[in-house]
Design a protein around this ligand. Structure first.
Ligand code: AMP
Ligand code: MG
Length: 492
């Protein structure tokens, strides 16, 4: 039996300027190290067939499955604020699209499968470490309920890639509801190819925002819809302490999924100015800057769409500004609603925003662990003795006491029982996040010792982030001082 991919490709029906046809470069000795079986089933693929030598060859790009129409997609992008008119898939190849069990069209893409016409000086390859990092963090995000690209498989190629030192090469199979980015629109806009922008916009409407097609002004509705999804997405990131690390416009999905896990990280202690990425020297993509950057990226998208909004340029600009103005309200509402839930409030009252902000300020001042503070607060909602557990997380435990008193006064104004409050809080305050020191330890074991047991264990824990898992309780712990990861790297 051969592996069957039920491809139904649409992107390749777009004009030739949208992509370059290219086949993956065969590799020496592919070995499947991880297959995401539930996701395979969701995509209509047979996991048993994929988990075979033939499957490994396909997932490593050594063999092109029937029905695939492999392409590298063209896109541009602002990287750290500087516009690059041509980036494109330099080390990723889209095999094709399938319709999943829920009727959603999903891209299946190999990342690290060899050079493409967009590779510039790069080798088109990926190292094992970054592949494992993307696998772990993207699947953790999915389990947390945050829109994201997914990881279907990871294979080792049997070849080394040259970085600062030779490293084992790997290929990640990435699944996305599409790989269309703000930078994809910029690619055509930068060439004054308004027809290209229009074709792309129509494709995105049909694929992601079909309701916009019925709107009075479809392109306006498209921009509004992308803004709404990005605003919600960034709010979700902040609510779990996620820092994307490289929010360039080419890493900003118009479908509103988290995409491109490079130097991303979850913060341990709460620090709004936190930056992990070694290349983000100015802190452009710091934790608390992410909403502002999302709006900046969406403004670049709006610029691309101007010719579609109106023939009158001034009118188009005015309209775009009005639509962009909706971002702040949408983001603030999603973020504040999420924060209220994190402290266990079922209703919104005057003073709630200040109450949460005071907690965050005290956490920042006292180096309190972001994830654990909210998780332990959930348990303190059931049992006031739990306050002891919370206050220990603060450098000065007494700094929490006055806030705890105010919080208790606020929650008793609501009719829910302590058990109901605790249960609700535990569905939004995870116990387990992919802590950097854990991810690093997994990568170290895999790369240096070919040991994937820690990888499997971490994945299993992160698959149920909202459940207490007493056997794995230490995965919830913040790093010891000597385990702290200070910097993360793109690893490209
Ligand atoms: P990223 O930083 O992963 O978002 O990538 C930015 C751009 O660099 C994209 O156009 C990538 O395709 C390209 N790129 C990154 N790594 C490589 C590589 N090893 N070989 C070729 N192109 C790459
Ligand atoms: Mg990218």
């Amino acid at each position: 039996m051969t592996v069957h991919f039920p491809f139904q490709n649409t992107y390749t029906a777009l004009p030739a300027s949208f992509f370059a046809r290219v086949v993956p470069t065969p590799v020496a000795a592919p070995r499947l190290i991880k297959l995401n079986r539930p996701l395979a089933v969701q995509l209509g693929l047979d996991p048993d067939l994929l988990d075979s030598p033939e499957g490994a060859e396909i997932l490593a790009g050594k063999r092109v499955p029937e029905g695939a129409d492999p392409i590298a997609m063209a896109y541009a992008g602002h990287q750290f604020g500087h516009f690059v008119p041509q980036l494109g898939d330099g080390r990723a190849i889209l095999l094709g699209e399938v319709i999943d069990a829920d009727g959603v069209r999903r891209d299946i893409q190999l990342k690290g499968s060899g050079p493409t016409p967009f590779s510039r000086r790069g080798d088109g390859r990926a190292a094992l470490g970054p592949v494992l990092r993307e696998y772990i963090v993207s699947e953790a995000m999915a389990a947390l309920g945050i829109p994201t690209t997914r990881s279907l498989a990871a294979v080792i190629t049997g070849e080394n890639v040259m970085r600062e030192t030779p490293l084992p090469g790997a290929v990640l199979t990435r699944v996305a509801s599409s790989h269309i980015r703000v930078g994809t629109f910029q690619y055509f806009a930068a060439r004054s190819d308004t027809e290209g922008v229009r074709r792309l916009a129509d494709h995105v409407i049909a694929r992601h925002y079909p309701h916009a097609a019925d709107a009075e002004r479809p392109y306006r509705a498209l921009l509004e819809a992308v803004i709404a999804r990005q605003a919600d997405l960034v709010a979700r990131w902040l609510l779990v302490g996620f820092i994307h690390g490289v929010m360039n416009t080419d890493n900003s999905s118009v479908a509103g999924e988290t995409i491109d896990y490079g130097p991303c990280a979850f913060m341990d202690h709460y620090d709004p100015a936190k930056v992990f990425s070694s290349i983000d020297e100015q802190g452009r993509y710091a934790y608390a800057n992410q909403p502002r950057i999302a709006l900046w990226n969406l403004t670049r998208l709006a610029e691309c769409l101007l010719p579609l909004l109106s023939d009158d340029k001034d009118k188009a600009i005015e309209e775009a500004q009005t639509i962009l103005g909706e971002f702040a309200e949408r983001f603030t509402s999603a973020y504040q609603t999420g924060l209220r839930r994190k402290i266990g409030l079922f209703t919104a009252r005057d003073g709630d925003e200040a109450l949460v902000q005071d907690l965050l300020d005290t956490m920042a001042k006292n180096h309190a662990d972001f994830t654990l503070t909210f998780r332990r607060l959930s348990d303190a909602a059931l049992d006031p003795d739990g306050d002891t557990e919370v206050r220990q997380l603060f450098a000065d435990p007494s700094a929490h006491d006055e806030w705890a008193k105010r919080w208790r006064q606020r929650i008793i104004e609501e009719p829910q029982t302590p058990a109901e409050r605790q249960a609700a809080m535990r569905t939004v305050n995870p116990a387990f996040i992919p802590r950097n020191h854990r991810v690093e330890a997994v990568i170290e074991a895999a790369v240096n010792r070919d040991d994937f047991t820690p990888f499997e264990e971490l994945l299993a824990v992160l698959a149920k982030p909202y459940q207490d898992q007493p056997d794995f309780a230490d995965y919830a712990d913040p790093p010891e001082p000597h385990q702290c990861v200070l910097q993360t790297f793109c690893g490209t």
